[in-house]
Each structure stands twice: as structure tokens, then as C-alpha cells.
Write a protein that binds this ligand. Sequence first.
Ligand code: SF4
Length: 822
Amino acid sequence: MATRTTCPYCGVGCGVLAHDDGRIEGDPDHPANRGRLCSKGAALGETLALPDRLLFPEVGGKRASWDAALDAVAEGFSRTQASHGPDAVALYVSGQLLTEDYYAANKFAKAVLGTANIDSNSRLCMASAVAAHRRAFGEDIVPGIYADLEIADLVILVGSNLAWCHPVLFRRLEVAKAARPEMRVVVVDPRRTASCGIADLHLAIAPGSDVALFNALRLDDAEHAAPCGIGAELATLMQWWRDTPRTVTLFSQGVNQSSAGTDKANAIINAHVATGRIARPGASPFSITGQPNAMGGREVGALATMLAGHLDYDCPGDRDTVAAYWGSDRVPHGPGLKAVDLFRAVGAGDVRALWVMATNPAVSMPDGNFVRTALAACPFVVVSDITHASDTLDYAHVKLPALGWGEKDGTVTNSERVISRSRAFLPAPGEARADWWIVAQVAARLGFAEKFAWAGPGEIFAEHARLTGLGRKRAFFIAPLADAKYDTLPPTRWPVGGPDRVAPETQRIVPTPFRAPVGAADAAFPLKLNTGRLRDQWHTMTRTGLVPRLMAHAPEPELFAHPLDAPGADGTLVRVSSALGDGVFRLRHDATLRPGDCFAPMHFTRQLAPAARVNGVVNAHPDPHSGQPELKHTPVRLAAFTADWHALAVSRDKLGPDLAPFAALAPVTGGWRAELAGTGAPEAAFARLRAVLDGPGHWIVLRDMAEMQFRAARIMHDRLQAVLCLGADHALPPRDWFVALFAEDVLAPAERRALLAGTQGGPPPSPLVCACHGVDAATIQRGGDTLDTVGRATRAGTGCGSCRPEILALLAARVPMLKIRA
Ligand code: SF4
């Protein structure tokens, strides 16, 4: 037996079969993935037993009953509103919520609290695409579907590393191109990403110059593309564009996360509308969302700028339609605070009660140091989450345990407007409850029990579906689903009963003059920092950061810089600083970057690498239309991070993350690995860390004072319990070898001796490439000359396929091995 559900990670929205025996498979009948899963989805079964689970409500740091916690939330919000007004409160919610949870939270904010101050972390993801759709089509309509990518003759990926961020969709594109080699794929991105593995052309445009490129395509005038700083590639793309009516332009965060994100998206849409490349099979602009249910949040209007059911504040009558349907005269008449402004208002003391649901703004918001200070100063913070291991929990006065994936029941909508059921197949742990239930309980305490008296998520879905049939006609129409069988609802694309490809009645060309990104590089901060995802990680790593085989792909936070800009050798530590803050990363030289650009991953938190919370460095300039901040363009400088000692520790238990100025923790089979670096006498650091690692068993220790090399291993019953290697530089014994020893039940005598000598005996370790089958780069390079021969010899690339672009790059580069980033 298996439960049909949906992957909780990216906006592709893959169907998942969760078997009773614990196996996770792709659902062969789901239209998004047809049985495929990427490395993250395939590892879902390894994330079900989350440690650090939040199991009971807490008030003021102490366990409380649900009644007491819900009373505290209701009292905190009503007290704040009574003394500071209706807009002194806010909700900050998440694209991780199911649509029914989202609907309940939105109704609670607008109909109960009477504030429009509810915004979502989707503001950081696709708000610019939403604003652009509304400007171009009068409604937030994604005009394309996934099949368009497969039948197009030209696919342009803009600001999207589809290979790593939406791997199953990339795999569909790869298969389509293999079947029709004449199909052309173009990547427009300042960086050479893994998606270039199947590209016929890569345009490494100057960061932030996308508007200029698409204005040039629309007007068929290369002069407009001058800010892009490209030559021959531009002429090629313009010729291919002229020759190819069936063109899809797929865009994502590289377009949206910008102070000109809305204009960028509109420039893309303009080019398609002006040339008729829209609403036809294989021809469309196509925004793809990062989060699993960003689309659901847009549908229910759980954003400060929207009303429910695709109704808008600026359309006459829409607000009254919602207010009448909900039977509340409190529904606000205008928009509330968008994410960046919301946290600024918290910092200014204007918002004094905040409820955070299923998201981690202490890490994910730009200008992160300011956000953490604001959260610390906020008089009343409520956090609903599944885990204690969220940096935002540190600031909560009330903690509410929510259900996680596999435990909760509802729907999600993916990037091609397909609504799918997300079903529970696990019991609720501890006292965890559904987010919609928590919201309804607080609403009841504030006098709105009747309007939140749902027996389950099916009733919420039906209420929302009916709303889409009220008021002015919209493309977002799912009213017939109100009477459908919720439990067995198959994946369904909206508009229900409408065409596959929405043909907007109003297609407008929106003026999009080119604007340079805010915050030009200057003498103090001469480089531009771009941020993005890693292949095997999701958001702030609360799930994927616990899976050894996913962490093995990139166990440390790395910053990539062109060799001309790098302040030290490859593999040394680097401090990156902006006007807002700084961070410490492992430096990687990358000659494929444009000189002047650098890149760092967005995922790391205080839980795994406190010094590498990159959003403490990133600026927060919002787009004037969407409010989406400039996450991909921050002026920075780099400097070598000088440490007196470097250490590798492997232990059975997770170490604290505050052991050293640089610390990067990663789970390994049977324990945890920590890379550490700090200042002060190495011998003293060795003694301190040994004390931290102490426990049952006996130590074997080696000190070489002349070379400043220290080794220690703790062994109990011939099994390794802890290892510590510390030296004056990073050239410590091979990490992968220690990790492999750690997985063994019994240590052989030769391994004991080698352990202290720090000599491995075998070939040097090589980075993991294929997470499904545990195949490293060296094995792949020995395995054959093509994807097929490597796959047959090593099985690499034959699982989820997420590593196939890296295998191609390895085969192309052979030695030295090239590491490609998201
Ligand atoms: Fe999940 Fe991967 Fe599918 Fe995205 S592509 S929904 S992460 S399985």
C-alpha cells in the first residue's frame, strides 16, 4: 500500500508515493514528474524522523498546554491591538504551508485581526513575477505549462539554474532535447551553472542587465543590449529568436530577486507578447516558483498586496466581495506591509506582535543582522514550526508545534497551476497540530469560532473554491472543485473546465526602461555578491541538512570567486564583508565567473555554520512594484581570514556550532563532522576541543610540537567514538577517509595506526557527485567517456539524474575536476 502525496520542496510539485514499508518513490501517474524524483525528493524517507522536533507548546520557554498557549497568543494579539492599533500586529507565513493553512491564516489576519499585515516568504521568491503578471495580464496568470518546454524549439533559461533548483523539470527538458537534438537551449546567467551542461549557448550577461537583453529581443535592436556586455552570443540569440516562433523563456529567482525584478519579468513577457510567442503550444514566458506552494499562497491571497481568490485591493468591489463572503467588516481596504517593510516596522517598534509560521526569517531575510535585532526587540513573537532547530525559535515567546510533511493533509499548487493533494501517512508526533487548526483555535478565542468552524481541510478547500466563483470573472476559477471528492481529488489544473494554456484577454506591453541594480560596487566594496541554491539542499536545511548523502555533495559553506579577485589560495578561508555585515566561507577559485562577481550559497544557518549566514551580508533594496529584495547583487569585499589553527573533528554526537570563529557541521554515517578554525595557541585549542569530545572509552593521542600537528582518537570496544586532527593549516588528513572509518563497527589494527599517522594508504579522496549511488568524481572519470558508459560502469547519473550536468562537466574537463555550483 502507498499514500499518494506531493514533494514538499520545490515548485515543480512532483507526485510522491509513500509506501507503508517506508520507501519513497516518484508517482508514475503524476503529470509533473511521471515517476521521477530528484536527489532531494528521493531522500525524503531519510528525513521523516527529524531530531530536535518541537513536540509540545511552550510559553515563555516552558512547556504549556494547548489551551494555555492558544490563550497566550489570543491575549497577546488583542492586547497589542487594543493599545497600539490594528496594524501593530503582523503574520509572516510561508510557501511551505498547505493551501488550506494559508487560507486560514489569511482569513485570520484580514477578517479577525483586520490587518493586511500578512506577508509570506514567497515575497522573497516570486513576488516580482506576480507583479509582472498582474501588470501584463490584469491577473496573476502563469501562461505556460511544463509540456511547453518539451515541444518548444528554443528554450531560454533566464536567471534559473534549472538543473539544480528544479531538477525534474530540467530532466524533462534534457530528455526532450535528446529526442529532438535540433531543439536549442540557451542559458542567460552571469554564472556558468550546471544548467549549461545541455545548453547550445550561454550568455554571461552583466548582473542585472536582463531588461536590456529582452528589450533588444522585443525591438530587434542589438543597441538596447549594450548594458549586457556581450558580443557574438547576442547576435546568435537574436537570430535564433527571429527564426523560432516556438520559444519558451523560463525565468526564476535570478530575475525575480532584484530591485528591478518586476521590470525584468515584464521585459520577458513583453518580448513574447509583442512577437506572438504566447498562449500557443511551445511558446510562452514561464515563471517557475521556488517553493512547493508559493502558487497556493498567491491563490488564497496570503500576501500583503492581495485579497483571497485572486481578488485585488485595487479592483472596485473586490474587497467588498471578500468581506461579504467572510461576513466581516474588518477586512482592510488597502495593502499591508511587504516582507522587508514588515521587519523594518518590527525594528521600529510599529509592529509589536508577530506570528511567524513555517519559515525562518532570522536566516532567510536579507539584512539578517537587522532582522535578528528586530526580532529580539519585538515585545511578542509567536512561532509555529516543526523543529527547535530554526534560528527564529530563539526569539519566540510562544512556540507552537505544527505538523510536518507526511503528517498534514491539504493541497498544494505547482508552477503550472496544477493543484495536488498532499496527504498524511504518519501519525502526529507529540502534541503537534495542523496550522489551520491552530489558527482556527486562536480565531475562536477572539470571538470568531463560527467562521472558523471547519471539521477538516476539505471544508476549507471548498470554502476557498466557492470564492473563486464570486465577484468579477477571473482565470483563477476552481469553484466546481468545491463539490468534488476532496479525499480522492486527482491533480487538477486551473482554470477548471478552461483551456490548458490560459490566453489572457488583456495582454499589455508594459514600459520597461533599463535600470542598473541598486548599490553599485565602489572602492570600499568592489565586488558583487550573488547568492543561490546548492543542488542537494533546501532552504535553511532543517530537513536536507540532516541527510549524510545530501550533505556530502557540499559539506562546507563555500564562496566562489574569480582567481583574479581571490584573496588567498583555493581552499583557504575568506571573509566576505558588505556595508551590513560579514561572513566566513571556504574560498573556491572559479575561473568561469566574470571577474568582479562572486557567489555564495543561501542555506547555512546558526545550526550548521553560524559564520556563513550569508543574508547578514546581503542588502535588502526592494523592487518598487513587488517589494522583492535585491538578493543577488550586493557590493562586497573579500579578505583572507587568518586562522592560527584548523581542525577536523568527527564525533558520534553533534557538536555545538559555537566552538570556533569558523565552524561547519555536517552529518555523516554514524555521527557528525565539524570543520573548525580559530585564533590562539593551537595546543590550547587542541586541549579545549578534546575536552568537548571527551566521553567513555580511551584516547590515543599524538602531539608533534615541532610541526604543530595534533591527533587524537577516542575508542571504545574497538569502535571509533571521536577523532580530532588539528594543525596550523587546512592540510589535514583526508576527511572522507575519517568519515569512512567512523562508519565501521570495528577498527582494524592497521587502521588504528594509520589514524594517528593521518595516512590513508589508498588513493586520495574525491568529491561526491552522485548522491543516489554514492559515486565520486574520480570514479566517474575512470568510468567511461559518455553519460551512458559512465552510467553502465558506475551507476552514476542513473538514479534521480540531478548529477548528470556535473558528470558531463567532469567528462569535458577531465583533470582538473571542475566543481559547478547552483
Ligand atoms: Fe521535489 Fe525534486 Fe520534484 Fe522539486 S524536482 S518537487 S525537489 S522531487
